[in-house]
Design a binder for this molecule. Structure first.
Ligand code: UGA
Length: 441
């Protein structure tokens, strides 16, 4: 190690990697970011973040000309530069299977290793099935010219939409290591974060890998729990939003992640619980996580239910109806449409003959790419004008702030499905709307 403050590389510049690279520069490190996608690297070099993440473009602009951040497609350049390498590539769900696709992780480690001629630390940040770190450690030892190279696993917990905040001020750091040296390097690579009192949990590899999937499984389970309660509320006439408020006051339960509605989507929770089910099966402990199948099913049932509630409002058929879908991203403050509940519902209504008109403040481009058959418009006003039913499916502030009177003057019929339980039913009903929601009378 040449100095107390290691030089860092970030391999893979997607949501996780680009955020990590830019934030580490903000924390005072010299960083090189690598991606195999030339176009992405060109955009980053030009100071442009290739996705929507609040606060990140400003940080990139602040650092792009400062000489401490650069981007490349060259593994030799990265190996030459950095003392600590963070591997941040994706592990998407394999097509037609539950398991994670490890192609990118395997490729990143295999491409970097042959260039590692001095003792460095390679840190896996990607969310991976248990056992991957051990496999990557042998791969490094096989392929790296320097046999003292070490591996660590350091899972990432950032949320899209809050990625900058979560990276600069995480709740905790997890260091999966095999040696005191590796722990020391990680402590040096996160010194400014640790100095603010952030707890670091030091573990073995398998625990570090599992911490991440366990955390995401818990969060998914919490959401599906409240959505299961919503199903029961629907047949008993109870109100799941009040129920969540009441149980959330118990500090052992906590109110966060108890928002009932259309359920979870995105590039993480759905594929992580599925990959966990698959890996547990391989390890012979399928029963231990079989409840995650139910978590997944409860979640997917909410999408079906949302389509059905809309159907009630258009008298049993979507044919010949104009359905205004508000939201395409899997959650607000993101342009990510991977496994988006909103887009899934929109596509399903389209297949049932409805004319679906979608508006999302930031996710239109990605949505259009995934579902070119649907109609996209540039504003909320355009989407709702002439609508027979409005479906609020992603809770952007712009939609939360809608006025029932102003929107009512534009639609053909005052029908609304609040798929995220964010509007006030009393106010909307008073303005003459047929207001329907999930788990709420
Ligand atoms: C999730 C985790 O929260 C992060 O800690 C983790 O680092 C990340 O996955 C990852 O593995 O990379 P993210 O996918 O950005 O983060 O989104 P969340 O904020 O967790 O939301 C996930 C989904 O759950 C969204 O579709 C959201 O609408 C839904 N949700 C969330 C609910 O339906 N109800 C809630 O109460 C909360």
């Amino acid at each position: 190690m040449r100095s107390e403050r290691p030089r860092l590389s970030v391999i893979g510049t997607g949501y996780l990697g680009a955020t990590h690279a830019v934030c580490m520069v903000e924390l005072g490190y010299d960083v090189i970011g690598l991606d195999i996608d030339e176009a992405k690297i060109e955009r980053l070099r030009a100071g442009e973040i290739p996705f929507f993440e609040p606060g990140l473009p400003e940080l990139l602009a602040k650092h792009i000309d400062g000489g401490r951040l650069r981007f490349t497609t060259s593994y030799p350049e990265v190996a030459e530069f950095a003392d600590v390498h963070f591997v941040c590539v994706g592990t998407p769900q394999r097509k037609g299977e539950l398991a994670a696709d490890m192609t990118y992780v395997d490729a990143a480690f295999s491409s970097l290793a042959p260039h590692l001629t001095r003792k460095v630390l390679v840190v896996g940040k990607s969310t991976v099935p248990a056992g991957t770190a051990a496999r990557m450690e042998s791969l490094l030892l096989d392929l790296a010219p320097n046999k003292d190279v070490e591996l660590a696993w350091n899972p990432e917990f950032l949320r899209e939409g809050f990625a900058v905040e979560d990276t600069l001020r995480p709740d905790r750091l997890v260091f999966g290591v095999h040696s005191a040296w590796a722990e020391q390097q990680l402590r040096a690579a996160f010194a400014p974060v640790l100095e603010t009192g952030t707890p670091a949990v030091v573990t073995d590899f398998a625990t570090a890998e599992l911490v991440k999937v366990a955390a995401n499984s818990f969060l998914a389970t919490k959401i599906s729990f409240i959505n299961a309660m919503a199903e029961v509320c629907e047949v008993t006439g109870a109100d799941v939003t009040k129920l969540a408020e009441a149980i959330g006051h118990d500090a052992r339960i906590g109110r966060r992640f108890l928002n009932a509605g259309l359920g979870f989507g995105g590039g993480c929770l759905p594929k992580d619980i599925r990959a966990f089910i698959a890996r547990a099966g391989e390890l012979g402990v399928d029963q231990a996580v079989s409840f995650l199948r139910e978590v997944d099913e409860i979640n997917l049932r909410r999408r079906v239910r949302t389509v059905e509630i809309g159907l009630d409002l258009v008298d049993g058929s979507y044919h010949g109806t104009h359905v205004a879908v508000l939201g395409a991203a899997f959650k607000p403050n993101s342009d990510d449409v991977r496994d988006s509940p909103a887009l899934d519902v929109a596509a399903s209504i389209g297949r049932r003959g409805g004319t679906v008109v979608i508006y999302d403040p930031h996710a239109m481009q990605n949505a259009r790419r995934m579902h070119p058959e649907l109609t996209y418009v540039e504003s909320l006003i355009e989407a709702v004008t002439g609508a027979d039913v409005i479906m609020l499916l992603t809770e952007w502030d712009e939609f939360r702030a809608m006025s029932p009177e102003r929107i009512g003057a534009l639609v053909a019929h005052r029908n609304l499905v609040d798929g995220r339980n964010v509007l006030d039913p009393v106010q909307w009903r008073a303005a003459g709307w047929l207001y329907r929601a999930l788990g709420r009378p």
